[in-house]
Design a protein around this ligand. Structure first.
Ligand SMILES: C[S@@+](CC[C@H](N)C(=O)[O-])C[C@H]1O[C@@H](n2cnc3c(N)ncnc32)[C@H](O)[C@@H]1O
Length: 417
């Protein structure tokens, strides 16, 4: 997806199979420069550094920290000791790229991470919502498997498809160990990935895409959480525009029009060792044994190199070479149904990928009471394997139950006057 003539000096060396991208640690703005903060707009905290108490240097009590604003260098009384310039100083946790089963590449913790810790910035190109829509469609038309556009605020989005940080590799989970937080840095809003809980080394990092993701087309979620919302970013703007505003007579209401995809490369989601689990069958993220790990990636400020990795995770959580993985894949006839595909379409069984249809994106409308959904039973019938049908039926049941509970809660709320 890189245009010819584009600066390739920051193109990272990636493991085989990863689409190249340009590595940037700071957002780039389309059509404008980074804001220049006026002196009177600079927020100056009241912290005073006391050498005997390192916490005094812009810790939790710092006025800027409390308002999610980074201190401005040269204006903070703590000077070099200021600890509230984490985005600016790229104070990232050590992370490592690894190959997941069924969800493409992912990022894992390469050191123990504390709850609340800043892990990495989600940086990319800052674009308008119109541009986000255009690009999302273009990427889809180009057959791009993975979506990297997230929301920055009501009007702007960050697109890490062509240019971005390694946060672009963090996958979604419905029971995540990370979250996104927005910070004001030198007058601009930036998105950081923060730990929601203590995360031990070797654990996959994941956040909930629901409100940030501009994924567009339907992607079946393979996070494995007990309360999985079935599709990626089901509450996100992109998802709602594409999928959830079905008018009477809209062809997408017909179950035949639900795009289906079958990827021969896809694998059943591995049950490795669960983390952050509250129930026996919840295995949200994979925890890897690191002793067998090959060359690894850590992202110090400015670092752009990722060494080639040739390992995968097997069901016991051990890493093993990719050629063995490929042999296993060939031996395993089960294909997983998901739309994380070149065409972003679902298909049934092992049939061929259906012809791509261009999608019309309707303007977003809130229409909850009359919103129509595909009949669950019919939808389940679309899947070739009994296992998949049962899984869809089970999750649709959970979803419907939740929806009806929600509706009865709404019914109980008295109207405001
Ligand atoms: C921001 S990218 C994450 C990195 C991506 N896995 C890769 O290989 O580059 C988002 C894409 O990853 C895949 N993905 C992330 N979380 C997933 C999940 N829980 N289930 C299925 N696919 C997922 C989807 O294809 C999605 O469009």
């Amino acid at each position: 997806m890189l245009n010819s003539g584009e600066d390739k000096s920051n193109v990272v060396q990636l493991p085989e199979g990863v689409t190249p991208f340009i590595h940037i640690n700071q957002n780039e703005f389309l059509g404008r420069k980074h804001k220049k903060l006026k002196e009177e707009d600079i927020a100056i905290c009241e912290c005073k550094y006391d050498a005997s108490d390192p916490e005094s240097a812009c810790g939790e009590g710092c006025l800027n920290v409390l308002t999610s604003t980074e201190c401005t260098p040269g204006y903070c009384h703590c000077g070099e000791n200021c600890r509230n310039q984490r985005f600016q100083k790229c104070e990232y946790a050590k992370t490592k790229l690894f190959r997941t089963e069924g969800r493409g590449w992912g990022l894992l913790a390469d050191e123990n991470i504390k709850a609340g810790q800043f892990i990495i910035e989600y940086s990319g190109e800052v674009i308008s919502s119109e541009e986000a829509k255009k690009r999302s469609q273009a990427y889809e038309a180009h057959g791009l498997k993975d979506a990297y556009i997230i929301s920055l605020n009501a009007n702007y989005f960050i697109d890490a498809t062509r240019k971005g940080s390694f946060a672009r590799f963090i996958n979604h989970s419905c029971h995540p160990n990370c979250e996104t937080r927005k910070w004001t840095v030198l007058g601009e809003t930036r998105v950081g990935i923060f730990a929601k809980q203590d995360i031990s080394v070797g654990t996959e990092l994941a956040y909930n895409y629901n409100f940030e993701w501009y994924g567009g087309a339907t992607v079946r979620c393979l996070c494995g959480a007990a309360k999985c919302s079935i599709f990626l970013g089901a509450k996100s703007q992109g998802f709602q525009e594409y999928n959830h505003v079905w008018e009477d007579g809209d062809v997408r209401y017909s179950v035949e029009e639900v795009p289906l995809y079958d990827s021969a490369e896809d694998e059943p989601f591995p049950v490795i060792s669960g983390i952050g689990t509250s129930g026996g069958n919840e295995h949200t993220m994979c925890k890897l044994e690191l002793n067998a790990v090959e060359p690894h990636y850590s992202a110090p400020p400015g670092s752009i190199e990722v060494k080639a990795m040739t390992t995968e995770v097997n069901e016991q959580g051990q890493l093993y070479p990719i050629d063995i993985q490929q042999q296993l894949q060939q031996a395993n006839p089960i294909s997983r149904i998901r739309s994380n595909s070149t065409s972003r379409n679902y298909n049934i069984g092992s049939g061929s990928t259906p012809k791509k249809k261009s999608q019309h994106i309707p303007k977003r409308k809130v229409k909850s009471s009359s919103r129509k959904q595909v009949n669950d039973g019919d939808f389940a019938k679309m899947f070739a394997s009994k296992e998949a049908r049962e899984e869809v039926t089970k999750y649709e049941g959970i979803k419907n139950e939740a929806a009806s509970k929600l509706n009865s809660i709404y019914d109980e709320i008295p109207p405001c006057h």
